[in-house]
Write a protein that binds this ligand. Structure first.
Ligand code: 5AD
Ligand code: SF4
Length: 588
């Protein structure tokens, strides 16, 4: 049976999809990139913004038409929409055979199997004790969701079946594979309850994985050829594992509910330690991975919460060369009044204090963020304050979103969505233009410097990958500077440069090189050659010519020192210098 699996939304979903793929693969399912070639179609959905949901609904509609025309297909909706809409979706979309919330993904093979065997599930397949909600639509289809309750601090390993999914991840040798990057989850869920956000409701309480599990996963990924690991969590700097608090029957550590924000004050942490508790902080976790798995040449993390980002983390970043100088720290707004309504828990002044501290300790750090425009009651003055914030921080990019009221959130109940759509659009476009100026200045500041670039491949392939990744504005590989249209950076950039993609004679994508980017951002004709693209540790997209005597294939997954000779708002251009083709594995 062939499966088509499409992912919407954030890195968490990308990782979930990767784990689901591995799980189904180990059970004999094969995968296809063409939905028309599949017998099982799975959409791993996102509810964070309405736009992502609409996209998924339109896909569901297309499958409905195919089924109505007599095709035998199994359609499964996974992730946050399954969690949020549950039985309603089954009612409204008869073509959907199964729903599986993010807390139930380990049960997915069982669900598919039941659909295959019975066509329609007649009973809940749930067998363990986890508090999942299993509802049927009346015609036997099932919505398996609800394993996201705010559970007690000690979670039995048997109950946390999700951990098994992460731990059971496939670690196939990546021989011949181009993909040298992987996500590793450090926390699940979120406790922040920003008033606009569905995540605490769809993904449940913040649960922290044991450091040993995380380090072991990194080690096994490195053994299978992974060079770049991105640690993911909703607020990674709030990672804190209290040893001995959650153990299974054999004494092994298990995931535990986070200790809450109070633990991140100096006194909170001191109190924990003076109680004789052994804890692992986020800084200590980063250090452990850096020291214990040196084969990982790039270690990064998303997303950081602007409050409680201690100097200890910045110090570890400064001391550890393989930890990327990259911080994705969403500000969300530059107005204290709006931040308060958002329940963000910090002021603009505190945000700026953090940025100052980060840039003082890590002068070459690359900063990225998220901003929401048009939050209820946002005035021109509030918006102007956001513009000022964006102007005053050297953001390499910002993902800019128009506020979208989400069912189930506090904001939708408490604040009418009173900023007109037209005003949201104007503010969005204005902020994009401001961010573009800021991004241009940030990229220009790299001209003349030599940076280490992890080679992704020929520019066409990379452009396609960026396009695929740009489905999600949160993608780490995306350098889109804040478009809600989520255009891939390369496309945006190429359009700015007046280059049409695919125009080159050798079939590779047009790249800035083909027009020739100058350090002032203007373009000039340059002879065509094989263009490669990669990223710096700070996640800046860099184009450069394939060095003489090397093939793009031989350079993929290696690090090259690149002298930056030109820039635009989203891209760097450079030339390979020094020991060309220095392999990642040999340069320490
Ligand atoms: N409307 C608009 N943007 C939102 N985000 C989260 N919820 C909403 C919403 N209801 C944005 C925030 C967050 C990013 C993942 O999505 O900026 O950081
Ligand atoms: Fe949502 Fe706020 Fe949690 Fe981020 S920190 S996932 S915006 S509730």
């Amino acid at each position: 049976m062939k499966v088509y699996l499409e992912t919407f939304g954030c890195q968490m979903n990308e990782l979930d999809s990767e784990l689901v793929r591995g799980h189904l693969h180990s059970l004999g399912y094969s995968f296809t990139g063409d939905p028309n070639d599949a017998q099982v179609i799975l959409y791993n959905t996102c509810s964070v913004r309405e736009q992502a949901e609409s996209k998924a609904y339109s896909r569901i509609g297309i499958v409905g038409k195919r089924k109505a025309a007599g095709e035998e297909l199994i359609l499964g909706v996974l992730g946050c929409m399954a969690e949020r809409d549950g039985i309603d979706m089954l009612r409204r979309y008869p073509q959907v055979d199964l729903l599986c919330g993010p807390g139930e993904l380990d049960k997915l093979p069982l669900l598919i199997d039941n659909v295959r065997r019975t066509e329609r599930i007649s009973t809940s397949p749930r067998t363990d004790r986890a508090p999942a909600r299993s509802v049927t639509s009346g015609d036997g289809r099932v919505a398996l969701a609800g394993n996201k309750s705010r559970r007690s601090a000690t979670l039995g390993a048997a109950e946390d079946s999700l951990e098994a999914l992460d731990l059971g991840r496939a670690f196939e040798p990546r021989e011949g594979s181009n993909d040298r990057s992987a996500y590793v989850r450090i926390t699940r869920g979120c406790n922040k309850f920003c008033t606009y956000c569905v995540v605490p409701y769809t993904r449940g309480a913040e649960v922290h994985r044991p450091p040993d599990h995380i380090v072991e996963e990194c080690r096994r990924l490195a053994d299978s050829g992974v060079l770049e690991v991105t640690l993911i969590g909703q607020t990674v700097n709030h990672y804190l594992y209290v040893h001995g608090a959650a153990v299974d029957a054999s004494g092994g550590e298990t995931p535990q509910v986070g200790p809450g924000a109070a633990a991140f004050t100096r006194t909170g942490l001191d109190r924990l330690r003076s109680d004789g508790q052994r804890v692992t902080t986020f800084a200590e976790l980063l250090y452990r991975i850096h020291e214990e798995v040196p084969e990982i040449k790039r270690l990064r993390f998303v997303t950081s919460y602007p409050r409680d980002f201690g100097d200890d983390i910045l110090d570890v970043m400064a001391a550890c060369p393989r930890i990327c100088r990259y911080l994705h720290v969403p500000a969300q707004s530059g107005s204290n009044r709006i931040l308060k309504l958002m329940n963000r828990g910090y002021t603009v002044e505190e945000y700026l204090e953090f940025v100052q501290r980060a840039t003082r300790k890590l002068p070459d750090v690359c900063l990225a963020g998220d901003i929401i425009v048009g939050f209820p009651t946002e005035t021109d003055e509030d918006f102007e304050a956001t513009v000022q914030l964006v102007r005053s921080v050297p953001f390499k990019n910002n993902f800019i979103f128009k506020y979208s009221p989400r069912p189930g959130t506090t904001a939708i109940d408490r604040y009418p969505d009173d900023v007109p759509t037209e005003v949201k659009k104007l503010r969005n476009n204005h902020l994009l233009a401001v961010q573009s100026e800021v991004s241009t200045a940030v990229h220009r500041s790299w001209v003349g410097k030599t940076v280490e670039v992890l080679v992704e491949g020929p520019s066409k392939a990379a452009a396609d990958a960026a396009e695929a990744d740009a489905i999600d504005a949160r993608s780490t590989v995306s350098a889109v500077h804040g478009s809600t249209d989520q255009q891939p950076a390369t496309r945006v950039e190429l359009r700015i440069l007046g280059v049409s993609q695919g125009a080159s004679s050798n079939g590779a994508a047009s790249s800035p090189r083909q027009r020739g980017l100058q350090s002032d951002g203007r373009t000039a004709p340059l002879p065509a050659g094989t263009q490669l693209v990669g990223r710096t540790g700070g996640d800046l997209i860099t184009f450069f010519d394939c060095p003489a005597g090397r093939t793009p294939e031989s350079l993929r997954g290696t690090v090259l020192p690149i002298l930056i000779t030109g820039s635009a708002s989203l891209l760097l251009q450079g030339t390979a210098v020094g020991p060309q083709g220095t392999a990642f594995g040999t340069d320490g």
